[in-house]
Design a protein around this ligand. Structure first.
Ligand code: PAD
Ligand code: ZN
Length: 362
């Protein structure tokens, strides 16, 4: 099969012929239908999230089940599925206390003693990112990386739910409890931020203030539910939020992953408010924030990982949200690309020229 391989950091992905193994017990072979391009893939390429090359990235997929391994009970060939990196074991303390998205088993690959799931033409193993590797024509996944979805859901739009939508929407719907009428700020209007924005709209937030450095995104943000937009390149965005919210917002979602915007997010949060960190700051960096402000104003700062999902429960619900018109995905897709065009897609993402891009397979 054809796959885009990361051979080294900070270099274009290389299109190669890659071998994919047959499903072992508990595994499912999926023909990839579509894969969104998420900023986390770019962060891996740039070394901000360590993952050793050679590897096939891509973790926002939809597809159709091709074959199942022994003991697989949840899928049959022909099922339409979304893949998610939040694979879970079902028996650890995180799974049993209702937070399977924290299950450490998601970091395990194939059982020892088995051949690698992916390998190069010379037989060398190729890393499978997030148990998915969706920048490839086929995926070989643990059954607990997949969820079956309705067949009337278009698969290109379904792919977005695999990461960005679940991350942003889940940050607003699962990680925190936003009361109707609360003021919300979204910093960063990529696939993740626009999904958090829609989550705020769905729960009935009051003011929904969208902040980005690319003013062209404001038309889209307003269309998706923003009440106000702030151009981060035009004056001080913290002062602008304070002016709109009488001293700070109830909830601020940082959806970029930069040190200065994390600091801005905390500063934009009002007394008693909550800062939700969704963007992934490169692991090599630390963020200084005022602890006294947190104490004296009782601000809370929380991370949000993969939208605090229980994806087998959440994703079919998000599909319903799309099909009944409450979740808007068509507008979020700036471009559909072929796998051959993937490096152009990353260039456009670096320049901030797109909302979400989706690679579609034949
Ligand atoms: P994206 O690149 O599509 O969007 C980022 C947005 O931020 C763009 O609209 C930029 O214009 C905007 N931006 C950049 N710099 C600034 C600035 N200084 N001020 C204002 N706006 C700016 O990214 P994405 O939506 O794919 O991902 C966003 C982050 O979320 C990224 O860090 C990614 O790694 C992270 C993520 N987190 C999780 C999780 O589980 N927490 C999951 C998936 C992605
Ligand atoms: Zn992602």
């Amino acid at each position: 099969m054809k796959a885009a391989v990361m051979r080294e950091n900070n270099a274009p992905l290389e299109l190669e012929e890659v071998a994919i193994d047959d499903p072992a017990p508990g595994e499912v072979l999926v023909k990839t239908a579509a894969s969104g391009i998420c900023h986390s893939d770019l962060t891996v390429i740039e070394g901000g999230l360590p993952y050793p090359p050679p590897a096939v990235l891509g973790h926002e997929p939809s597809g159709v089940v091709e074959a199942i391994g022994e003991g697989v009970t949840d899928f049959v060939p022909g099922d339409h599925v979304i893949g998610c990196l939040s694979s879970w074991c079902g028996s650890c303390k995180f799974c049993t206390d209702g937070r399977p998205y924290l299950c450490p088993s998601q970091y395990l690959g194939r059982a020892e003693g088995l051949a690698p799931r992916l390998s190069a033409s010379n037989g060398d193993a190729i890393g499978q990112f997030a148990n998915l590797s969706s920048f490839a024509e086929m995926m070989l996944c643990p059954e607990r990386s997949l969820v079956k979805i309705r067949e009337d859901m278009p698969l290109d739009r379904a792919s977005l739910i695999g990461c960005g939508v679940t991350t942003g929407l889940g940050a607003a719907l699962n990680t925190v409890n936003i009361p109707a009428g609360a003021s919300v700020v979204i910093i960063g209007l990529g696939g993740v931020g626009l999904s958090a924005l829609q989550g705020a709209r769905i729960v009935g937030a009051g003011k929904i203030i969208a902040v980005d450095a690319q003013a062209w995104k404001f038309g889209l943000a307003k269309d998706l539910g923003a009440t106000d937009c702030i151009d981060a390149t035009d004056g001080d965005p913290v002062a602008a939020v304070h002016a709109l919210t009488e001293g700070g917002a109830d909830f601020v979602f940082e959806c970029i992953g930069l040190v200065p915007t994390v600091q801005q997010a905390v500063a934009m949060t009002g007394r008693g408010g909550t800062t939700v960190l969704v963007g992934v700051v490169p692991m090599t960096e630390m963020v200084p924030i005022s602890a006294a402000d947190l104490v004296l104003q009782e601000k809370k700062v929380t991370g949000s990982y993969m939208g605090s999902n229980r994806f087998r429960f959440d994703m079919p619900k998000y599909v319903d949200f799309y099909l009944d018109g409450r979740l808007r995905l068509d507008e979020m897709i700036s471009a559909r690309l072929s796998l051959d065009e993937i490096n152009d897609g990353f260039d456009r993402m670096r320049k901030g020229e797109v909302a979400r891009q989706v690679i579609v397979f034949d």
